[in-house]
Design a protein around this ligand. Structure first.
Ligand code: NIG
Ligand code: FE
Length: 375
């Protein structure tokens, strides 16, 4: 079979400039790519036909920020937070210990389990970071495992300073032998720029060393308080500054001026009872937003993009259409990908068929499994 006509589409979201959302549409897939999009009545013939009976069809979600290579969980920490304790970056070390103790097979199986859950919820492209190994060996094997699941792998040796190390000596390791071992397995370099993790100078050193090794920077910025992360991201020309929970006007301007994508991760605010960032403020300033899960056992243990869409609409001031855009096209822009995140002619045919007539239902019916099929 070389071509497939998907027809009977009640609502088709392509993000085409002229008609981003179509009614009563059809789409032809050829060799894994979108070959034709148009009105149902004008659809060409194809080798096979699938009628989706009025359902909405959207691009597969692009989850541009996850930490899937880990072992263990931190439900006790979550439970304590829900009784009033605050989130601390130091909890990462609990997962580091569990991850180091796990075998490659266990870590690979964990990643596969989470990737399968994501796919069932409509995610067709995802990024995976290291960052729970924090030794040369454990960071490199984390990335090698991540690479089996996605080409979008991120070296996050600079997640926190591991127990028993000094900051300066650890930054030397991260920018030296660890980078050398990890760069062949990674496309991106990331740093957690935050009080309790790495400061501006250290973040700059990590990101520029990564750039020299051929990696493209992205930053964990302004998550726990107002810090220098966003400014450093703009300075080094990072693809993305993720979290952006605490921003001042200069940060918003820096993101817009430098064309850095702001990654908003509402699962984190949900799970840490933090204030949600204001998406409207970013959109109004012309900042591109990517919505992602940040799936990790500490600050956001969800693999569900539909859940993040619902939170972004309810808590961050997005419209349902803006949230869907941010979860697809925005995610693709965060990962500097032009082949995914949309369904214009030429795109990878990553289609999600909803058990609903419109994308609005993703936020309107939170927690309901609305992803009927992932093609
Ligand atoms: O994106 N901010 C740093 N890293 C993760 C949290 C990791 C953890 O708590 O285990 C994050 O929120
Ligand atoms: Fe993260």
């Amino acid at each position: 079979m070389t071509s497939l006509l998907v027809t009977g589409i009640g609502e088709l979201v392509t993000w085409d400039d002229e008609q981003p959302v179509r009614r009563d549409a059809a789409l032809v897939v050829e060799h894994g790519k979108v070959a034709w999009v148009g009105d149902r009545a004008a659809a060409p013939t194809a080798d096979a036909v699938r009628d989706v009976a009025g359902a909405a069809v959207i691009p597969g979600f692009v989850d541009s920020h996850t930490h899937l290579v880990f072992a263990g969980d931190r439900s006790a920490e979550f439970e304590a937070r829900m009784s009033g304790r605050s989130y601390e970056a130091g909890g990462i070390r609990t997962t580091v210990a569990a991850t180091r103790a796990a075998t490659d097979e266990q870590l690979t199986a964990n990643v596969a389990r989470h990737v399968a859950a994501m796919r069932a919820q409509g995610t067709t492209t995802l990024e995976i970071k290291s960052g729970y190994g924090l030794t040369v060996h454990d960071e490199a094997r984390s990335l090698a495992i991540a690479q089996q699941a996605t080409p979008e792998t991120t070296y996050l040796g600079a997640h926190v300073v591991p127990e028993g190390s000094e900051v300066a000596e650890y930054v030397d390791l991260v920018t030296g032998p660890m980078l050398e071992a990890c760069a062949p397995h990674a496309r991106w370099v990331d740093v957690f720029c935050e009080d309790g993790a790495f400061g501006a100078d250290e973040a700059r050193a990590v990101l520029t060393a990564g750039q020299t090794a051929g990696l493209v920077p992205r930053v964990h910025a302004n998550q726990l308080g107002h810090g220098p992360g966003v400014q450093v991201a703009a300075e080094v020309g990072a693809a993305a500054a993720d979290h952006c929970t605490y921003l001042d006007d200069a940060d918003v301007a820096a993101l817009a001026d430098a064309g850095v994508v702001a990654g908003l991760l509402p699962g984190v605010e949900f799970s840490t009872r933090s204030p949600y960032p204001d998406a409207r403020r970013l959109f109004d300033a012309g900042v591109t937003i990517a919505l992602a899960t940040d799936c990790n056992p500490g600050s956001s243990y969800t693999s569900s993009m539909p859940f993040c869409i619902a939170l972004a609409v309810r808590e961050m001031g997005m419209t349902p259409l803006e949230a869907l855009w941010s979860a697809t096209q925005g995610g693709a822009m965060s990962l500097q990908r032009t082949d995914v995140g949309h369904l214009r002619v030429g795109a990878k045919a990553d289609l999600v068929v909803l058990d609903a007539p419109s994308h609005v239902h993703l936020a309107y019916r939170p927690g309901v499994p609305l992803v009927a099929q992932v093609l």
